[in-house]
Write a protein that binds this ligand. Structure first.
Ligand code: GRF
Length: 200
């Protein structure tokens, strides 16, 4: 399955996906990696893995729609069949979503629908929940609101800091994202409205 990844930051999830692909655990081919940020760590990691990269910086376009149209052109050129958001810090607009012919997945560091948006781990600590975790979901037009594919819980410890909790969740993210992508690529994910069934 020809796959593109969009990432804005350090790219540890991108790295986990590249490694899973390399070890033949993932039946996908990562054909392109893009970012809205110059100098994103994710771009460096992709280049080191020999994956072609592109920057779609918002300042290079008249508006967000133009930026997203360019991303779609790039998807078409690369014949992309699956798009993975891995720390991509922008919500994709409704025009993009309408035109996308490929499924789009995202990973989020909380048990959605709790704590969408930025600083999910900090939100969890401030709320005082005892359990947080991470979620892989299909992307829709909302913020972290699409149908849920997989979730895994991570306990919040009494002495947790934002950094400590984030690191423990991140370790789970890498495994969970890989597993969700594997299931999608094998055609084992059945989506009926908001409900997602995993076929055995
Ligand atoms: C992860 O916590 C992911 O869940 C969130 O953004 C962070 C990206 O981290 N969407 P990385 O760039 O993959 O290391």
């Amino acid at each position: 399955m020809r796959t593109a990844i969009l990432a804005s930051g350090r790219g540890s999830n991108l790295q986990a996906l590249i490694e899973a692909q390399r070890s033949a655990k993932l039946p996908i081919e990562i054909v392109a990696a893009g970012s809205d940020q110059f100098g994103a760590g994710a771009l460096k990691r992709a280049k080191e893995a020999g994956i072609p990269t592109r920057v779609f910086h918002i300042s290079d376009y008249p508006d967000r729609q133009a930026q997203e149209q360019d991303i779609l052109i790039w998807m078409r050129e690369n014949q992309v069949e699956l798009l993975l958001l891995a720390g991509y810090m922008r919500v994709l607009g409704s025009q993009f979503m309408r035109q996308a012919w490929f499924p789009i997945l995202n990973i989020h560091p909380s048990l959605l629908p709790a704590f969408p948006g930025l600083h999910a781990q900090r939100q969890a600590l401030e709320y005082g929940v005892k359990i947080s975790g991470c979620t892989v979901h299909f992307v829709d037009e909302g913020l972290d609101s699409g149908p849920i594919i997989l979730q895994e819980a991570v306990p919040v410890l009494a002495e947790d800091t934002e950094e400590g909790l984030s690191q423990r969740i991140l370790a789970v993210e890498h495994r969970l994202y890989t597993e969700a992508v594997r299931l999608v690529a094998l055609g084992k994910v059945n989506r009926i409205g908001r409900r997602v069934q995993i076929l055995q």
